[in-house]
Ligand binder design. Structure first.
Ligand code: 5GP
Ligand code: ZN
Length: 114
């Protein structure tokens, strides 16, 4: 756990943030500032700064993160209407928390903004 990392703390359970989904390697929770009716963050429990740090050795972890997204989409009822999975990388990519996270966003029609 990175000592000053908010998502490490949340994923460890220390902050009391309720999990939307959890397994040995993955923790998912509601975004504090949701941009849509469904806005969940899916993070690895292990600290990884961003998707840029991923390698082939993380294939199983990525499978778990995407599988978690699929389950959450089903449970929140947006699997039929569709949703977005996004991960921002670095300052120009709009990443504000330097711990890898997938945004799962849905429940309304999304625009594509650049
Ligand atoms: P990024 O900008 O790095 O792609 O996404 C970070 C996301 O984390 C933002 O959508 C922001 O609202 C959310 N966030 C930041 N701090 C916290 C927090 O302490 N708790 C929760 N639940 N979400 C947070
Ligand atoms: Zn972290």
């Amino acid at each position: 756990m990175e000592i000053d990392c908010i998502f490490c703390k949340i994923a460890s359970g220390a902050m009391g943030v309720p999990p939307v989904y959890e397994d040995e390697e993955v923790f998912a929770f509601g975004d504090i500032a949701p941009v849509a009716p469904v806005h969940i963050l899916i993070v690895p429990k292990r600290h990884i700064q961003s998707a840029h740090e991923l390698t082939e050795t993380d294939a199983a972890l990525l499978g778990k993160m995407f599988s978690a997204a699929r389950k959450i989409a089903g449970e929140t009822g947006i699997d039929e209407t569709g949703y977005r999975l996004a991960t921002n990388i670095g300052p120009d990519g709009g990443q504000s928390v330097p711990h890898l996270h997938l945004h799962l966003i849905g429940g309304r029609k999304l625009k594509w903004e650049h």
